[in-house]
Design a protein around this ligand. Sequence first.
Ligand SMILES: Cc1cc2nc3c(=O)[nH]c(=O)nc-3n(C[C@H](O)[C@H](O)[C@H](O)COP(=O)(O)OP(=O)(O)OC[C@H]3O[C@@H](n4cnc5c(N)ncnc54)[C@H](O)[C@@H]3O)c2cc1C
Length: 460
Amino acid sequence: MASTIAVPETAQPSTAPLPQGSAPFESWGRYPVYNANVVPLHWQSDYPAVAAKLHNGTLPVGMGRSYGDVCLLKGGNLLLTTAMNRLIDFDPETGILTAESGITLAQILDFAVPRGFFLPVTPGTKYVTLGGAIANDIHGKNHEVAGSFGNHVPCFELVRSDGTRRLCSATENPDWFAATIGGMGLTGLITWAQLRLKPIVSRLIDYEGIQFHGLDEFLAIKEQYKHVEYTVSWIDCVSTGKNFARGVFMAGDHSKVPGPLPQSPEPKLVLPFDLPGFVLNSTTVSMFNTAFFHKQIKSHVKTLQDYEPFFYPLDKVLHWNRGYGKNGLLQFQYAIPWEHAKEGTIAILKEIAKSGLASFLAVLKAFGDIPSIGMMSFPLAGIMLALDFPIKANVSFPLMQRLGDMTREYGGRLYSAKDACMTPEQFRAFYPNWQDFARYRDPAFTSSYWERVTGEIPTV
Ligand SMILES: Cc1cc2nc3c(=O)[nH]c(=O)nc-3n(C[C@H](O)[C@H](O)[C@H](O)COP(=O)(O)OP(=O)(O)OC[C@H]3O[C@@H](n4cnc5c(N)ncnc54)[C@H](O)[C@@H]3O)c2cc1C
């Protein structure tokens, strides 16, 4: 039996112009690009009324910060949530914030930081919506101690195409709760959600950066820094020989010394046009990697750093994805369980270095063992690697296929939020309970990702 709760709509919708009608909709990787009918939602009550006359399937979308086609629907209808972005309630006693699903994490931070609160889990960009963060059950630098985003969501409302409104939590409609966290927008529209924020007393992060050479050193440092909340490493995926798998391990905790808590300034830098594809080649990337590695001249640095450059270094330049040129980029992101994590990572890093295609944006991290709530969530205890590849016809796609197969051999999985290449065979191996999940899919909802990985012919 579906349950409902009344939620007041408190503020006015955003007045910013929104894309509307049939238009190409780009995800962050800019590949693939499909035309879709963009339908902006302003009020929680807009859906399903706005969709009454729509055909060819529907998919909710937020900021389009996923890389591949999980937020795309070729020739279908995209329910754009970003104008449905009101804060509804905040309880400073519990830290529980209630907001509409189109609010961005940047907007939440603007509200929360001056009040002494921070996000419980944050990805490498703050320009994602609350709904998108739940639907991909995103992870951050604190996965080992905090789990993924869904672990901090007490409840949300899910609206289905037949108009049913369900309150979902660990105790109310728990199966819908588990299907929708990490459910890639396929179970219905999340209209609003709660998020448990955590207290902070300063914007500053106690930061340490430590150089490592090879995976053994990375794993040893990781053990040593178990007590630190946030850890992530940059890794050089281009160098071979004595520089193979060199990197910088970055660790940080929120400072415990009280300090000012102003809002962040707006970013000023925008990459206004596409760079030609040749700007990123093996020589420029190798130069960048050497410069980055030696940027920390000492092999170990300790400093205080504002949370913006620590969590969101890439947000400093809006639309940095244009740096890959019009062709766009592919992101490869895997998690491999501890049992095979080291050998799998070494084998994959060698394959990547051999390709000469890797970019400088490569991240290595350990995932912890806090179970995700979502049926289709990505994290698993082990090693996670993420990196971008420029798209080069005849080279990038076969490489992605090989790397996906290797991930499968080592018992790992790829991240749907970043994927544009996974084959149906790989998908079935990575997400073996996908058929159970499919029972919760809204019959009117689908995505280009879902159609690709299930081999499903659109029927809606
Ligand atoms: C620079 C950068 C760094 C990143 N770092 C990380 C990281 O560290 N960790 C990580 O996990 N991810 C990371 N990501 C990926 C990003 O966090 C996720 O793809 C996130 O889900 C994007 O949110 P969005 O609002 O842009 O959603 P979109 O990309 O628009 O949509 C994502 C999914 O959410 C669904 N959805 C959106 N809104 C709703 C709704 N209201 N109801 C139901 N379903 C909905 C969509 O259907 C789609 O399946 C990064 C992305 C970028 C660009």
